[in-house]
Design a protein around this ligand. Structure first.
Ligand SMILES: [Ca+2]
Length: 563
């Protein structure tokens, strides 16, 4: 596993809102121009220092955009507490002159607490939905009942110059944010570090290949032969047949699930509900487990499994910890695996390999739909008395400089500015931190980091370089934006129906997948028609038809932006 230095001590996290960070903040661009008036942070005492720094900013940026409504208003903001240091970070980053009225943070410790606020009508003006882990179906309900309001009229060059620019440059981000009724109720984020969206890279044990005098396999038949050699040739040299030629997880970490290999049969997909085993072919939504491609995939994986070339427990663990433990075994016992990074105990033995080709199919490796923009970062409720002011406030999130600090950590703490570029103070930080000690990462916030920002404004951190390198290798075989299921919004009604169908449909598909692969008595060819009939009984056609409507509504917005 990747080792991280614990340079961010907890004590430092507690003082995050302290003076150490103020210098960093004043170095930020003030593109919002909201320098008039006084900002009061209800949840921090550092607001006292704000008027001076605000007064020092370029007077040409002052404007009269703020109304009396904004100056007298309090924006109440609901947000989750997924990152323990997030409250402090929020105060630091949004403290300076972003809004002339008051900001009151309503930190929610759980979705239940949030729901209670919603049920009693005591909700905030703004909801950071992603940071609260809100389900899409809830947002569809809130939109249908008028609790969250349409925002598109405020996304203008005047009110939101930064978001407006992002939508112009990234029309897909606008398309994923548009509901089937044509309104935009939530604002998205966009990250241009494409490597982040290459979820899984295949790795093969090069030391084993060398030992057995084998080449990196390029077809599924060659892969089979290599796996057999790994099984029988004692490549780790300990005299025991302990090798697991190929292994993967169950995808609980978001990575390393068996469906990833569907890219070999040209229909990239994922099993979680947001993706729902869907793919897009020439504008048509396809339910992947109902295709011949899926059948071929099952047959191949079955062959590997039945011959002991795949970890025999791979479909039963509750999470990915078993897979990760196998990878960390020393001496190595895993020959081929895929994940987000080199998770192996001896990573130097492994090299990235391109997915092997299957006869008659073109590889289309999965690109996470976040690559076209991620929706659901923030919405505004009918409780808000200053929607325009709230939107002006939100626009500050969309400058590149603010985005870097919001997502990855502030200057002075995480970054230093060198030759005008944000550079990580410690390159070992930020490798997907999960604790304050590891670093800060709050990707759930709105923001915009175009690919052009890398190595011009942000020096590409080491942890991103590895993925970017893999991305360059995989780029020729990656699914293009047109074949990704973009996770579009559905209406309240559609969302209810599709969730109902998917519950039974996905349970059956997953059960049959495991049966077809692992049960020695299963006969995929003989049982296929019956399998398809059951999918039909479980209303797969309706599932696809609703998905198609949602996709077309997404595509309409997208096309209107690019044509
Ligand atoms: Ca061995």
């Amino acid at each position: 596993m990747m080792k991280r230095k614990n340079i961010l001590a907890t004590a430092m996290a507690i003082t995050l809102a302290g003076s150490m960070l103020l210098g960093g903040c004043s170095g930020k661009s003030e593109s919002g121009g909201n320098t008039a008036g006084t900002t009061v942070q209800e949840t921090t005492s550092k607001a006292d220092s704000t008027p001076e720094s605000a007064a020092q900013t370029d007077p040409s940026q002052e404007n009269d955009a703020w109304t009396e409504v904004s100056k007298d208003n309090t924006l109440r903001i609901m947000i989750g507490q997924s990152n323990p240091i997030f409250p402090e970070l929020t105060n630091v980053i949004t403290a300076e002159g972003w809004y002339p009225g008051k900001i009151e943070w309503m930190f929610q410790s759980s979705r239940d607490q949030f729901q209670l606020h919603m049920n009693t009508g005591d909700y905030g003006d703004l909801i950071f939905c992603n940071m609260l882990d809100l389900r899409e179906s809830m947002l569809s309900q809130y939109a249908a009942s008028g609790i969250i309001i349409p925002l598109e009229d405020y996304i203008t060059e005047d009110i939101m110059p930064n978001l407006y620019k992002m939508f112009t440059e990234q029309p897909s981000a606008k398309a994923v944010s548009t509901f089937p009724d044509g309104h935009i109720y939530t604002l998205p984020r966009f990250v241009g570090s494409t490597g982040d969206f290459l979820e899984d890279v295949m790795y093969i044990n090069k030391a084993w290949l060398d030992k057995l005098d084998l080449e990196v396999p390029t077809t599924i038949d060659e892969l089979y032969d290599v796996l057999v050699a790994f099984r029988d040739g004692d490549p780790n040299g300990n005299g025991e047949a302990d090798e697991i030629p190929m292994s993967f997880g169950v995808g609980t970490s978001g990575y390393s699930f068996v469906e990833e290999l569907m890219g070999i049969w040209g229909l990239p997909t994922k099993h979680f509900a947001t993706d729902g085993f869907r793919s897009v072919v020439n504008g048509e939504v396809v339910f992947v487990p109902a295709t011949e491609n899926w059948k071929e995939f099952l047959k191949y994986i079955r062959k590997l499994y039945q011959e002991g070339l795949i970890n025999q427990d791979v479909f039963s663990p509750a999470d990915d910890s078993q897979f990760l433990a196998l990878c960390e075994s020393d001496p190595s016992i895993v020959g081929v695996g895929w994940n987000s990074a080199k998770v192996f105990a001896n990573p130097d033995d492994y090299i990235a390999m391109l997915p092997p080709k299957a006869p008659g199919y073109e590889v289309k490796w999965r690109l996470h739909p976040g690559a076209i923009g991620t929706k659901n970062t923030v919405c505004i409720t009918d409780a808000c008395k200053d929607v325009e002011g709230a939107m002006r406030w939100l626009d500050n999130f969309y400058t590149v400089e603010n985005t870097i600090e919001q997502w990855y950590g502030p200057v002075g703490q995480t970054f230093e500015i060198v030759d005008g570029m944000y550079r990580l103070i410690d390159q070992d930080m930020l490798a997907w931190p999960t604790t304050p000690e590891d670093g800060i990462m709050t990707l759930g916030l709105p923001g915009y980091l175009p690919s052009s920002a890398f190595d011009t404004i942000l020096e590409t951190p080491n942890f991103m370089k590895e993925k970017m390198e893999a991305y360059r290798m995989y780029e020729p075989i990656l699914a293009d934006a047109g074949s990704i299921w973009p996770r579009p919004y559905t209406s309240d009604e559609q969302s209810e129906e599709i969730n109902e169908i998917y519950t039974d449909l996905s349970a059956y598909v997953i059960q049959q997948k495991v049966y077809f692969i692992t049960d020695s008595s299963a006969d995929i060819d003989a049982e296929w028609d019956n399998y398809l009939k059951t999918l039909s009984d479980l209303r797969v056609d309706e599932f696809v038809s609703i998905s198609q409507d949602a996709y077309e509504s997404y595509n309409e917005t997208y096309s209107s932006m690019v044509n």
